[in-house]
Design a binder for this molecule. Sequence first.
Ligand code: MN
Length: 444
Amino acid sequence: MRSDGGEALDERVHELSFLEHRVGAGLRDRLVEAAVRVARHRDQAEARMVLAESRDRGDTVHERHVQVDHDGVGRQLVGELDGVEAVPGGCNDRQLGLVLDQRDQRLEERPVVVRQEDANRCRHHPIRLVHQGRDVSLVAVSVQPAARKVALIGAPLDLGAGRRGVDMGPSAIRYAGLAEHLAEALGIETDDRGNVHAPVAESLASGDERARFLPQILELCDRVAKLVAAAARAGETPLVLGGDHSVALGSLVGMTSVHGSGGVVWVDAHGDLNTPKTSPSGNVHGMVLAAALGLGGDSFAYDDWTLPAIEPRRLALVGVRSLDKGERELLKQLDAKVFTMSEIDKIGIEPCMRQALKYAGDGAFLHVSLDMDAVDPEHAPGVGTPVRGGLSYREAHLAMEIVADVGTVDSFDVVEVNPVLDRENATGKLAVELVASALGARIL
Ligand SMILES: [Mn+2]
């Protein structure tokens, strides 16, 4: 999230374009409709639009507040030009700040259809083709991200993990000051929906050894899915606090139920791509991504869930350094993008993360699932399945800063914080910092 409009202007102006520009017939009822494309849903833009008038009449300028819809497009009637003051002077008058082409090099030049509206026949006739940057331009646009409201959903589940204690993860993250930190550092309001009910392992039979506690895990995921869906429908950003990584299935199912099939960037030391057939441990948190892809087998079918929740072509894994044999074989067959730790070492976390977000980002929603074991155990000791050689403290932050920078992520999980294995809640605190970075915290 940007701290102010000016900063946003510099970063985003290249993403703005007229999609369509329509001028009505007579001078009296000249209407201009423009669409402004920005990165994030529900953004608001202050668009200042200039049209070069014919016959040396100068330019016409109009300012408009544009609210961006769920497709990232604000398509609005920009103004009735009748009565709007024509600005004398050339279209490159820097003093007036009306430099039509000042951002030309950053704007993709594309044809803009200008139409004449025939009110009687209700048809639009294209009357000329112009190019953006010449006849018409957005000269000044400030984009103000809509205040994100974050819905916190606690999922205190440890049935999917081999080691106990990760059920205390949501508390550890809350105690580390998540809501306070987001409010103070970013002005982000949080609405804590509390924890979903999670059964205790001691009260249950573990069931099938190839996927222990699976029925109870699916029930919990369904509860998570419903809360995630309700938050998404309310225009809030769902943030699920794990719990073991199984809870991400709930997030993805919930988002899919609202938006349709989406994509995910899975930041994790592991692939979580086992199935009951291939899993060496029978721990469901190592199968959850395969399940979300619809590859977990029939035992993951649940009520009215739509699986797959995500397509492999919109799956990116980041930080991977430990794969089981079955996972490796599965990955070879999937057109997922995998950024292993060696890839990150070679080309750097920034391009990896940008490519991952781009790859996963063309679906109906984009989710980031952050398993704290992606971070090196030196910085995140409180995880159930630590693997050496993970993301450094700065790499983890930079990865999340890229999430904020790209600005297209709709929902998050942060999972696998295990206070029993932690050192003075270091991992819980790091989770808070990383969430803040993903939501827009910056050094400067
Ligand atoms: Mn995981």
